[in-house]
Write a protein that binds this ligand. Structure first.
Ligand code: IPM
Ligand code: MN
Length: 358
């Protein structure tokens, strides 16, 4: 029995979580597992109901779960709230509370979408890498922090343990992929980056079968658009990973396609990268594929059901191949579909591929 905490959040988060739930239920039926859902509030909707974007009750339900699925948080309405009451503050607090120190964002090309990227087809074909972003440390959480009338400041700091644990996670997963880690830093300027690099190299001694190279973050940003095929696992700190994962994501064609997993030693959270898109919320227009692909990651990492995960990915690919497109992906000759139509099409293909396999 798998317990799943559902945090739909705001905007299109609600619609895509609905799609995710249907795919999870389908998978549970096909593969004979029990799932139990518990839904709770996060972000702007939680602020409206409880005066805070994240309640202890929501955190407690996450603690009691095997996996958390999060839709998206945020909206125009809450943009001018003080820092600690903004919907985004809930995300940071949740990551910290659940100890989710590794954020994994894959940059994978879906063949049917190869023409919707801003990069050339030749540059893109065969691209398949993941960004491992440190998620609970670095400048996002470092103290001291603040500003007054004269100055503003933050602190970029990493402890040995913080670097070691994410480096181990990256080397381990690289072994299951193409065995190559690129550690990204700014060691030519920042001491914290030189420290990061030293620790990554120490950990590498336990994984000497994995290829390791270092790259400065500015160069890495350039290389991702110049020759993305060179990467397998990119390992980097919180702020650099925030920026690089957006670049990596966009070369695949649409932000609406990007899943993510955030893992710690005990808990795991899955969320589409696209955000709450308040301009199209509630209109049945959102692309549910990032949410569905995040479900695939959940089955792989949290439930140890790699095959189910692969079949969900194949179903997404087949649906795109059949020409189904939500408005963000729409191009000539394709079929424009709504969120629910796209979801139904993926589920239909999921069942078909499953039956053919057995
Ligand atoms: C992300 C987002 C968040 C981050 C914001 C919303 C706090 O940009 O998940 O990448 O910076 O981590
Ligand atoms: Mn970001």
């Amino acid at each position: 029995m798998f317990k799943i905490a559902l945090l739909p959040g705001d905007g299109i988060g609600v619609e895509v979580t609905n799609s995710a739930v249907q795919v999870i239920k389908t998978a549970a039926k096909l593969y004979n597992v029990d799932v139990e859902f518990k839904e709770c509030l996060i972000g702007g909707c939680s602020y409206e109901a409880n005066g805070t974007p994240l309640t202890d009750e929501t955190i407690k339900i996450c603690y009691e779960s095997d996996a958390v699925f999060l839709g998206a948080v945020g909206g125009y309405k809450w943009e001018s709230l003080p820092h600690n009451l903004k919907p985004e503050a809930a995300l940071l607090k949740l990551r910290k509370s659940l100890g989710l120190y590794t954020n994994i964002r894959p940059a994978k090309i879906y063949q049917p979408l190869v023409d919707s990227s801003s990069l050339k087809k030749e540059v893109l074909e065969g691209v398949d890498f993941v960004v491992f972003r440190e998620l609970t440390g670095g400048i996002y959480f470092g103290e001291p922090r603040g500003f007054d009338d004269e100055r503003g400041f933050n602190t970029m700091v990493y402890t040995k343990e913080e670097v070691e644990r994410i480096a181990r996670m990256a080397f381990k997963i690289a072994r299951e992929r193409n065995n190559k880690v690129t550690s990204v830093d700014k060691a030519n300027v920042l001491e914290v980056s030189q420290f990061w690099r030293n620790i990554v190299h120490q950990v590498h001694k336990e994984f000497s079968d994995v290829e390791l190279n270092d790259m400065y973050v500015d160069n890495c940003a350039m290389q991702i658009v110049r020759n993305p095929k060179q990467f397998d696992v990119i390992l980097t700190s919180n702020l650099f990973g925030d920026i690089l994962s957006d670049i990596a994501g966009m070369i695949t064609g649409s932000l609406g396609m990007l899943p993510s997993a955030s893992l710690g030693n005990k808990y795991a959270l899955y969320e589409p990268v696209h955000g709450s898109a308040p301009d199209i919320a509630g209109q049945n227009k959102a692309n549910p594929l990032a949410a569905i692909s995040s479900v695939a990651m959940m089955f792989n990492f949290s439930f140890n059901m790699k095959q189910t995960s692969d079949v969900i990915e194949q179903a997404i690919n087949k649906t795109l191949d059949n020409g189904y497109r939500t408005v963000d992906l729409m191009s000539e000759g394709c079929k424009l579909v709504s969120t629910t139509e796209m979801t139904e099409a993926v589920i239909k293909n999921f069942k078909e591929i499953f039956l053919k396999q057995d």
